[in-house]
Ligand binder design. Structure first.
Ligand SMILES: Cc1cc2nc3c(=O)[nH]c(=O)nc-3n(C[C@H](O)[C@H](O)[C@H](O)COP(=O)(O)OP(=O)(O)OC[C@H]3O[C@@H](n4cnc5c(N)ncnc54)[C@H](O)[C@@H]3O)c2cc1C
Length: 363
């Protein structure tokens, strides 16, 4: 795998989100300056993830990202869980390897810090440049790009990495299937400011017997993100926080899909281009970062095992997030009973939930 002996591989990364930035950082840190393109004219300010796993902080630490921003992140210490408005559990989150399993921090701010670290290595994200097509031989991938000024460009590289999100053009250009299902529900996400959020709690779930759940988390002090597996999350949040000031609300759909393998010849897909899932398990961003760092290192070291490792980890994470979502959104009284008993016990014996937080930690 890789370019000729002793030569640095030429790599083009499509997508300036978390997975693309992570791959570019992983390579730049080892002295290989990749080209990274982003079709938007500037960084997207749409907020998505709020939970950054311990494993991601650990991976980003070697690029100088974590230590700069971790003091502003909120360690996950307690999460509170209600069912049909009855308090089921207030769970003290157990430490994993001596640290909180995750910190709350806005994805947009994390990506800005990653991009700054990348520019310190001398790599700048090229905004307004879009991938349009790829042809490949055994030796090379030849890629057509559309530039912001309307011109086009053709580049030749050893590896093309599609980090271009759920609707990946790179994935469809090389015909990698995206296998799975779409959840039926329409989801909504909103962010508010409030002074009424309880102290020392970082996440709250308000589940209902009809299967609709409100998932609240605190990406930064005084700011709360709500996700509902239904429409109308902002009004559900206003009911709980009458002082709410709405920052935004939008709808989205959720799928559970992944590629059978992330590689087709000289082309790879990572992050949401390779797997998507419910946001409930808080794993998409963390898996995207893991993919980028892991593939970057493997491409430079010629490690062929990476193809199976990427596929295996995605399969495991999707199993977990689907299980997690089914448990939270169940309408079965029997499953609700056992779920609630379990979390109620875990609130007095946090070690019972250690396996759960170990997965969340990504360690
Ligand atoms: C509401 C919500 C909440 C979430 N909460 C969490 C959470 O708490 N924890 C967690 O871990 N995950 C969470 N996620 C998931 C997480 O946000 C995603 O998994 C993550 O953003 C994936 O990163 P990515 O870089 O792979 O893709 P993206 O962030 O989608 O980035 C892809 C980039 O590629 C660019 N692009 C696309 N096509 C082209 C092209 N042709 N040429 C050039 N550029 C292109 C796009 O403009 C985009 O910038 C959440 C998601 C949502 C929707």
């Amino acid at each position: 795998m890789g370019s000729q002996l002793g030569q640095k591989p030429r790599i083009l990364v499509v997508g300036g989100g978390a997975s693309g930035l992570a791959l570019a950082l992983s390579c730049a840190h080892r002295g290989v300056l990749v080209r990274i393109i982003e079709k938007r004219p500037s960084r997207s300010l749409i907020q998505k993830a709020t939970g950054i796993a311990q494993g991601s902080w650990h991976q980003l630490a070697r690029f100088g990202v974590s230590e700069k921003i971790i003091s502003a992140a909120l360690p996950m210490r307690h999460f509170v869980f209600h069912d049909d408005d009855h308090l089921v559990a207030n769970v003290p989150v157990p430490f994993i390897q001596g640290k909180p399993p995750a910190y709350l921090y806005p994805q947009g701010s994390l990506e800005i810090a990653m991009e700054q670290a990348l520019s310190a290595y001398g790599v700048l994200v090229e905004y307004g440049v879009a991938f349009s097509a790829v042809e490949q031989t055994d030796e090379v991938a030849r890629i057509s790009l559309s530039l912001a000024n309307g011109n086009s460009e053709v580049v030749e590289v050893d590896w093309l990495v599609g980090a271009d999100g759920i609707h990946s053009n790179v994935r469809s250009s090389v015909g990698i299937p995206f296998v799975g299902k779409d959840y039926r529900e329409n989801w909504s996400v909103a962010e508010i400011s409030t002074q009424q959020w309880p102290d020392n709690v970082q996440a709250q779930l308000f589940l209902r017997s009809n299967g609709v759940g409100l998932f609240l988390s605190q990406p930064s002090s005084g700011v709360i993100q709500g996700i509902l597996n239904g429409v109308g999350v902002a009004s559900a949040m206003r009911e709980r926080f009458p002082d709410a000031e709405l920052h935004y609300e939008r709808g989205f759909r959720v799928s559970l899909r992944r590629v059978p393998t992330p590689r087709s010849g000289r082309v790879w897909v990572i992050g949401d281009a390779a797997h998507v899932q419910s946001p409930v398990g808080g794993q998409g961003l963390n898996l995207a970062i893991w993919d980028g760092v892991t593939l970057g290192k493997a491409l430079l070291e010629g490690d062929n095992s990476v193809e199976q490792r990427l596929a295996r980890r995605a399969r495991r994470v999707l199993l977990f997030t689907d299980f997690d979502y089914r448990m939270l959104a169940t309408r079965s009284n029997a499953i609700r009973f056992f779920r609630n008993q379990y979390w109620s016990l875990a609130s007095s014996h946090p070690w019972l939930a250690r396996w759960f937080f170990k997965i969340i930690s990504g360690i």
